[in-house]
Design a protein around this ligand. Structure first.
Ligand code: UDP
Length: 315
């Protein structure tokens, strides 16, 4: 199969490309490298079944080869990169990117998978979050470029499915971590591990009572592939994540202990609209994809610390 991965040099994209190349696939990896990193695909470049294209999903282009599957991952995913002066570009990436990739899927009669997000639930009033929960997003807040952009992309996917006959798959990804995260990604696990390894202060935003549920990347990638290859009638949306929930303070303490660090915890202002809790209900993924995560936080953190230890002390 010929498979296009947009956002292919990013954290999830590069891990996905590597997994897809283990089968008999030709993989086209596309990225503008705003938050992606060519270093993540160095080891794939020699593979004759792998091709890298420096393109932006917000622009119009065509691929001459017939594509069978499209994984649409292109979008900055860390608040540090999607907000602020980049926020308008974030919305464009979500919305124009969705339209351009859906048109490409239509021309190629390809299956297209959208990586949506737990952010579409905003500050959730329902806990844990099921797919039927419609969310509580601040439509004019500083996260809305991403949250509303991703919500609009879901809307576009379902309209292309209803009215244009495009074969769609929509997944809502909860917090994910693991190798190929960037050192300066800005998200909690990468920040805490790098701070702990360098014996710097661990920066908790707010009082650390807010919660997240963290999924190790290999589990998540398996779910993406299962979803892409699921029966045509199953469009999603489906939650993908690990329901093991931790407060941010618990996470900080765990990372300090695992790294034997001398770091101390300091508290900084909580960013606006930072959700107070988040945990996926993954019953639908279990029922439809027979999927549930296998790697718990301890094993996942150990592997991720090992990865960051290598890159922190190389650069
Ligand atoms: N966070 C933190 N310290 C950091 C980075 C993040 O306390 O150095 C908090 C952040 O405010 C949020 C949680 O950790 O409550 C998860 O943040 P992240 O950016 O990783 O993901 P998201 O907010 O998108 O779930």
């Amino acid at each position: 199969m010929k498979i296009l991965v947009t956002g292919g040099t990013g954290f999830l994209g590069s891990n996905l490309c590597r997994h897809l190349l283990q089968g008999e696939n030709k993989v086209i990896c596309l990225d503008n490298n705003y938050t992606g990193n060519l270093g993540n695909i160095t080891e794939l470049m020699d593979n004759p079944n792998f091709e890298y294209l420096n393109l932006d999903v917000t622009e119009q282009w065509n691929i001459s080869e017939k594509i069978d599957q499209i994984y649409n991952l292109a979008c900055p995913a860390s608040p540090k990169y999607y907000q602020g002066k980049h926020s308008i570009q974030t919305t464009k990436t979500c919305v124009y990117g969705a339209i351009n990739m859906l048109e490409l899927a239509k021309r190629n009669n390809a299956v297209i998978l959208q990586t949506s997000t737990s952010e579409i639930y905003g500050e959730p009033k329902e806990h844990p979050q099921t797919e039927s929960y419609r969310g509580n997003v601040n439509p004019i807040g500083i996260r809305s470029c991403y949250d509303e952009g991703k919500r609009c992309a879901e809307s576009l996917f379902f309209d292309y499915w209803r009215y244009e006959g495009v074969n769609i798959k929509v997944v809502r990804i909860f917090n994910t971590y693991g190798p190929n995260m960037a050192l300066d990604d800005g998200r909690v696990i990468s920040n805490f591990i790098c701070q702990a390894l360098n014996n710097q202060n661990i920066t908790i935003y707010g009082d650390g009572s807010q919660t997240r549920s963290f999924c190790y990347v290999d589990d998540l990638i398996k779910a993406l592939i299962l979803m892409m290859n699921s029966g045509k009638s199953f469009t999603g949306p489906v939650n993908l994540g690990n329901p093991q929930e931790f407060s941010i303070k618990e996470l900080a303490e765990k990372i300090i202990a695992k790294t034997n660090s001398n770091s101390r915890i300091i508290f900084k202002a909580l960013p606006l609209d930072d959700p107070t809790r988040r945990r996926p209900d993954i019953s639908l993924a279990l029922e439809k994809l027979s999927w549930q995560p296998k790697i718990g936080i301890d094993e996942g953190l150990d592997k991720t610390i090992e990865y960051f230890r290598k890159i922190c002390f190389k650069e």
